[in-house]
Design a protein around this ligand. Structure first.
Ligand SMILES: *Cc1c(COP(=O)(O)O)cnc(C)c1O
Length: 371
């Protein structure tokens, strides 16, 4: 699905020397590389504060801890997401309230969000799934009106631009109260291990986030609240600095591969290519097809036999997972999510796809429908 080896080979001399420098410096934790990366990411995103942390799941957890949510408070998110979003809500004793998604963008349906708001709703987590932004303007408007915090799960869309009605652009993850991201190796900005970060424009929230990732302390050994140990290590920060400089170039390589797929599949009635929304650029974390009335796992197996990986993100919606099933939800409650979970399939998508590979992949996908 991703080719991290070829990507590394192109930057290996830079990466190798940066990693060696950190090792020789012995400043493995909170070294200068972390601070530099933080500043460079703030500048790239146009956001006031970046707080690095250990991974994307921690970022989500820390964001909810910082907002003083109490057990039983409700947090709204979608049923069509990676588990981490729902997992941390449950882990903190909060109540996940799931809603349906838009059939074209796979992102939270703003009207479904509005309808799910109750007296205990404290936050909403729009997930910018597969590389494009949720429709933030209506979400922010509803949230402001009702006094609800907005936490963006931006693990899959770092670098994407949200485009407002007036044509203004802001980076994904910087529109809500807090943005969360992951630097897991296969993410669009991936390190060579685990990593994550939080973003905010609010000074007091930033203070709180910094304290929580550092054992709840501002002054050493004086603990003002219950925190965590969640750090980005210096070696990962050094690697991320090198890759951040190439993030836009990486996004265009992904977009070029997506364009190739789009035109190759034009006219194939069994598949719908990803819809590109008017309010977001697409950084193609995944290239996800919606299949028609076809045997999707049959297609996956057919491709695997030809040496082409294809994955189903995600086959089981959160409300149908054993861990998150809840008497409030039953099969059929989120028709769009359930339909998508039966029809989506993602093709290889990364920065190193060349035309020969794309031709091989698309020809094989199309041949499946001609058998
Ligand atoms: C990857 C991912 C996360 C979690 O990130 P980790 O760094 O793996 O903890 C959270 N949300 C979404 C949508 C993701 O894709």
């Amino acid at each position: 699905m991703v080719d991290l080896k070829r990507q590394y080979e192109k930057i290996s001399s830079e990466v190798d020397s940066a990693v060696l420098d950190v090792i020789r410096s012995t400043q493995y934790i909170n070294g200068p590389e972390v601070k530099e990366f933080q500043k460079e990411l703030e500048e790239y995103l146009g956001v006031k504060h970046v707080i690095p942390c250990a991974n994307g799941t921690d970022a989500l957890q820390v964001s909810m801890m910082a907002l003083d949510l109490k057990p039983g408070d409700e947090v709204i998110t979608t049923s069509f997401t990676f588990v981490a979003t729902v997992e941390v809500i449950a882990l903190l004793g909060l109540t996940p309230v799931l809603v349906d998604v838009d059939p074209d963008t796979f992102n939270i349906d703003p009207e479904a969000f509005r309808k799910a708001i109750g007296p205990r709703t404290k936050a909403v987590v729009p997930v910018h799934l597969f590389g494009q932004c949720a429709h933030m303007e209506p979400i922010l408007e509803i949230a402001r009106e009702k006094g609800i915090y907005v936490i963006e799960d931006n693990a899959q869309a770092i670098g994407a631009d949200y485009i407002s009605g007036d044509g203004g652009r802001q980076k994904a993850g910087t529109l809500g109260d807090i943005g969360c991201t992951s630097f897991f190796p296969s993410k669009n900005l991936g390190c060579y291990g685990d990593g994550g970060a939080l973003f905010t424009n609010d000074d007091s929230i930033a203070d709180k986030l910094r304290m929580i990732v550092n054992h709840g302390m501002k002054k050493r050994y004086y603990h003002d609240e219950t925190g965590m140990n969640s750090r980005l290590d210096s070696i990962q920060a050094a690697i991320l600095r090198i890759k951040l400089r190439r993030l836009d170039e990486y996004a265009s390589a992904r977009r070029k591969a997506a364009d190739y797929y789009d035109s190759a599949f034009e006219g194939e009635e069994n598949i719908q290519v990803p819809v590109r929304s008017s309010f977001s650029t697409h950084v193609f974390h995944q290239y996800t097809l919606k299949t028609g009335n076809v045997d999707r796992f049959g297609l996956q197996e057919f491709l695997m036999d030809k040496g082409i990986p294809a994955m189903v993100y995600y086959p089981v919606p959160m409300h149908m997972q054993k861990a998150y099933s809840d008497p409030r939800y039953k099969k059929g409650d989120f028709p769009v999510t359930e339909d998508l979970s039966k029809r989506v399939i993602s093709l290889p998508m990364h920065t190193e796809l060349d035309n020969e590979q794309l031709e091989y992949i698309t020809e094989n996908v199309l041949s499946f429908f001609k058998r």
